[in-house]
Design a protein around this ligand. Structure first.
Ligand code: ASP
Length: 432
């Protein structure tokens, strides 16, 4: 028994989760539907609460983790450094993120991930989603009248809005010339840094339970809907990777052309950070490689990349944005939830903001998907939880692609800023 446990904890988590996905799916297909264990209790009734437990654990940490990481993210940009380079970088992050969510939604429209799946009895989710507010209300509702009540009720957009205000205020106070204000701001910053670290520790514990939760969720979905669910997972994966490829070829290569650098040369040079991000699934862990590449292979000066890359690794997540667009539509399609124009706008706004709050660590984006669903008014239980569990089961595969794109998005930002500032060492580049 002890041996089994030590084997379990020693095995790579991504493999364990993927293994659970495969075993849970096969078991779900092989075990006859409605098989009973004792009395009226079916095997499905026994297994599915283990999946629900997993979803509850994730929902438990979503508010504290968002509050802490958004405040940390926004307050770590020092206002004094937010000069021309900073403003340009933030503008560039915003524009590429906007294009990313448009590409993500376009792919979801074309490939319709999850639409063949139709998980039944999603009426609860539909009725809740149908009450989504109008366009003008969405913008007004972004400003909370009471931030504490927004947090208590997981009202995502108002919560994010408050945290961004709080974070920027904190960033200014940290640089105040008044020692008293500066010191108190540092204490507050330290507090949120602590909360953020603690929450990520808890996430790691919850993820140790993930294989069991994913097994239960997969068993439930395949037992209910049979082997057809596999094609939905393949569809969502292919949609994401096509979206990521479009972001590279249309947006990043297009930017290279605009600033007269060879896109082919860019793709060759960016290979190392891209591959490192693919295997580590962490923008933060890839930072040293991105910095080295920016300086030595691309001729970006230290003054630019030392700001643009670390900030980008915290707030600029183009791949995650595409993922959020595609996966939220996957869940809506799978559960037969009709989305209105207001919902799409909510997806666009929340995905852009959620990407800012996504930490550059493996799997962080999957938590943000919960946030987008909450913002849409889709309750994560029943079939929505099952569809979410399916996405989570293949998260390692999705995370590899989206992290690569997050990092490439940061690198191209540093090149663009350097070039437009006239500081790029062009001798390192082939031109068009
Ligand atoms: N793993 C991603 C990153 O580090 C974040 C995510 O999970 O989307 O950039």
């Amino acid at each position: 028994m002890k041996k089994i446990f030590s084997w379990y904890f020693r095995a790579n988590l991504a493999y364990r989760i993927l293994g659970a996905l495969v075993i849970g799916s096969i078991a779900g297909i092989l075990v006859p539907k409605g098989i009973t264990l004792f009395g009226d209790t079916t095997l499905l009734n026994v297994i599915s609460p283990f999946g629900d437990l997993f979803i509850r654990l994730l929902k438990m940490i979503i508010v504290p983790i968002i509050v802490a990481s958004l405040i940390m993210g926004t307050s770590s940009v020092e206002p004094s450094k937010l000069g021309r380079v900073g403003r340009k970088a933030v503008f560039f992050y915003f524009m590429t993120t906007l294009l990313a969510i448009i590409i993500g939604l376009a792919c979801a429209f074309v490939f319709k991930p999850g639409s063949g799946l139709v998980l039944s009895d999603s009426s609860a989710a539909v009725s809740k989603a149908a009450q989504a507010p109008s366009l003008s209300q969405i913008f007004l509702n972004m400003v909370p009248t009471n931030p504490i009540s927004s947090m208590a009720n997981t009202e995502v957009l108002p919560m994010i809005c408050f945290c961004i205000f709080f974070g920027i205020g904190l960033a200014f106070c940290k640089e105040s010339s008044n020692e008293r204000i500066k010191n108190s701001a540092k204490i507050v910053f330290g507090f949120f840094e602590g909360v953020s670290e603690i929450m990520f520790k808890v996430v790691r514990w919850i993820m140790e339970y993930a294989p069991i939760g994913v097994f239960a969720l997969m068993f439930t979905v395949f037992n209910k809907s049979g082997a057809g669910a596999f094609s939905s997972l393949a569809n969502v994966t292919i949609s994401l990777y096509i979206g990521l490829a479009l972001q590279v070829f249309l947006v990043y290569c297009g930017i290279c052309l605009l600033i007269k650098l060879s896109p082919l040369d860019f793709l060759k040079k960016v290979k190392d950070p891209m591959l490192t991000a693919f295997v580590t699934r962490s923008s933060n862990a890839t930072l040293p490689i991105s910095m080295d590449t920016a300086e030595h292979k691309m001729g970006v000066p230290k003054g630019v990349y030392s700001f643009v890359l670390p900030v980008g690794a915290t707030v600029n997540m183009n791949g995650t944005t595409i993922y959020l667009g595609i996966c939220s539509l996957f869940i809506a399609n799978a559960c037969g939830i009709d989305l209105s124009a207001g919902h799409y706008l909510t997806i666009i706004i929340t995905s852009i903001l959620a990407a800012v709050g996504t930490a550059g660590v493996p799997g962080a984006g999957a938590l943000m998907l919960l946030l987008v669903l909450e913002a849409l008014g889709i309750e994560v239980n029943g079939n929505v939880a099952i569809a979410y569990g399916m996405i989570l089961g293949i998260d390692a595969i999705l995370d590899m692609g989206r992290t690569s794109m997050n990092v490439v998005g940061d690198v191209i930002a540093s090149i663009w800023v350097a070039k437009t500032e006239g500081e790029l060492d062009e001798s390192k580049w082939k031109h068009v």
